[in-house]
Ligand binder design. Structure first.
Ligand code: HEM
Length: 181
């Protein structure tokens, strides 16, 4: 069976070395020097300074046309050239979760153009979204990206574009951890 549950273990050892940790909103995460992503289970929890668990899930808002486009152009994690990474755990506010599904989609896709903006950065940026809210974790989403050093500026541009959208006004906790292999 394919693993769908992962632990992001922050500690003093691991595959990825932390180059910076920035709290953009909400409570900070304890400082770490390394991060490792490991296949896990719901019951199991890795040691470390902290561990954040996430599940690969189905798409919630993406419609057929965009889904097909994404599948056609996105790259997998683990490319040899992708020696830079970013791990960005995110929590959205109660106001967001109190909205109906169609209202959330309208904000994400029609008003904020999340997928439309993001797609411009594929396949350079490899991305993976992990869901955490339904398994009682402190964040709702664990977002993870890998890219080559030559695409570092493009990644900054993407972050800037997303963070100035209406969608981002619903984010009440966001910590950005930059990594190098
Ligand atoms: C690399 C380009 C990107 C693309 C193509 C992209 C695409 C997408 C898509 C299609 C979804 C919707 C999934 C669904 O239907 O459920 C999504 C969700 C999400 N993305 Fe991105 N994204 C990108 C970059 C980013 C970045 C840089 C961040 C964070 C800084 C981010 C944070 C999120 C979050 C938190 C969600 C879940 C939102 C929710 O369900 O409320 N994405 N993304």
């Amino acid at each position: 069976m394919t693993t769908t549950i992962f632990d992001f273990v922050g500690s003093n050892q691991g595959e990825w070395k932390v180059t910076s940790m920035t709290t953009l909103k909400g409570e900070v995460l304890a400082p770490i020097t390394h991060l490792q992503k490991v296949a896990s289970t719901l019951e199991q929890s890795e040691n470390g300074i902290w561990t954040l668990k996430g599940v690969i899930s189905n798409l919630r808002y993406t419609e057929k046309e965009d889904k097909e486009k994404l599948v056609a152009i996105q790259e997998d994690l683990g490319r040899a050239s992708a020696t830079f990474a970013a791990f960005i755990p995110i929590r959205k506010s109660e106001a967001w979760w109190n909205l109906a599904q169609d209202e959330r989609r309208k904000i994400m896709e029609n008003k904020s153009q999340h997928t439309h903006t993001g797609m411009k950065y594929l396949p350079a940026i490899a991305r993976k979204l992990f869901h955490s809210r339904d398994i009682g974790q402190p964040f709702d989403f664990l977002t993870y990206f890998e890219y080559a050093p030559t695409d570092a500026n493009a990644f900054e541009e993407l972050l800037y574009a997303l963070r100035t959208t209406e969608e981002w006004t619903y984010i009440d906790r966001e910590v950005e951890i930059r990594l190098i292999k």
